[in-house]
Design a protein around this ligand. Structure first.
Ligand SMILES: N[C@@H](CCC[C@H](N)C(=O)O)C(=O)O
Length: 284
């Protein structure tokens, strides 16, 4: 297949994080950056935060989940879409668990309720080279970045982590007191992050609860970001602000995240929704 014209797609979301999901397993084709951008832009396509594909890729066993941000860049991880893809594959296979591959490694998803899915998101990485950061940093729990006070009350010393993608988390007293839409893009493109970064502000409200707002790399402010929820819990625990389990409240709703002590893996649990089925027009 050389074009997407007439090809079906699904619109799904996880807590309002919106995806166009395209099954290319029977019709392999390359999604390049321009095409991903066209699909994601509501002026030219169905519109979404991320374009997601189901594919068979050379050298990879089983189903591969491809992920493109709205700006057209292909990336390694998407927590909310992983729950959606897990649910789709479990429905197709009539199973209550499934495995699939991503550019950041294999994922294991489990059905834990009606349209409620848990995904093992793997192990977090904290070494500055793995995040990646542009310069050596011995303690990535407190990174030397300061913001303000021009448009924003001073923010400093965020935590950084890679959970399949790079995250920078500022811990604040009040998530509503900061202009994330203004400083999010500045931090996303900060020279310290050679691959850019997803940027969050996190307000720890108890040992088991975090209020989180996210500026996503390549997509801007979204209603929710599953990997950011994982990153926030891990960083909060490393800073001794929470236990290993917390409910993360995003603008679109709640995710439960646990960072297991026995095997160092992060388990993210939350809802999915299948919103509509469509077909690409002749302009695709
Ligand atoms: N919405 C996602 C994250 C998507 C990728 C991210 N913007 C990146 O560039 O790494 C999620 O739910 O995790």
């Amino acid at each position: 297949m050389s074009s997407l014209s007439g090809h079906p797609y699904l619109i799904m979301n996880g807590l309002g994080n919106r995806f166009v999901i395209i099954d290319l397993r029977d019709n392999p084709m390359v999604i390049d950056n321009d095409l991903a951008k066209k699909i994601a832009d509501p002026k030219t396509g169905p519109g979404c935060d991320q374009v997601i594909t189901l594919e068979h890729r050379k050298g990879i066993d089983g189903v591969f989940m491809g992920i493109w941000n709205a700006d057209g860049d292909e990336v390694g991880a998407c927590g909310n879409a992983s729950r959606c893809v897990g649910w789709l594959l479990m429905e197709e296979q009539d199973e209550s668990e499934t495995r699939f591959e991503t550019a950041s490694g294999p994922l294991h998803a489990t059905k834990v309720g009606d349209k409620r899915i848990a995904v093992d998101m793997g192990e977090p990485k904290f070494h500055w080279r793995d995040i990646p950061l542009a310069e050596q940093m011995d303690d990535t729990r407190f990174v030397d970045i300061k913001l303000g006070p021009i448009d924003n009350p001073v923010l400093w010393g965020p935590s950084t982590v890679n959970v399949g993608n790079p995250h920078c988390i500022f811990f604040v007293d009040d998530v509503n007191a900061h202009a994330l839409e203004k400083f999010g893009p500045m931090i996303e493109h900060h020279p310290l992050f050679p691959e850019r970064a997803n940027v969050s502000i996190a307000q720890v409200t108890s040992k088991h609860a975090i209020r989180l707002r996210v500026w996503e790399r390549g997509a801007g402010i979204t209603k929710a970001c599953g990997t950011a929820a994982c990153a926030a819990l891990v960083c909060a625990h490393r800073r001794r602000l929470t236990g290993r389990k917390a409910v993360i409240t995003l603008d679109g709703g709640d995710l439960a995240v646990e960072w297991r002590e026995d095997d160092n893996r992060i388990i993210m649990t939350g809802p999915i929704s299948l919103d509509e089925k469509g077909e690409f027009g002749t302009d695709f």
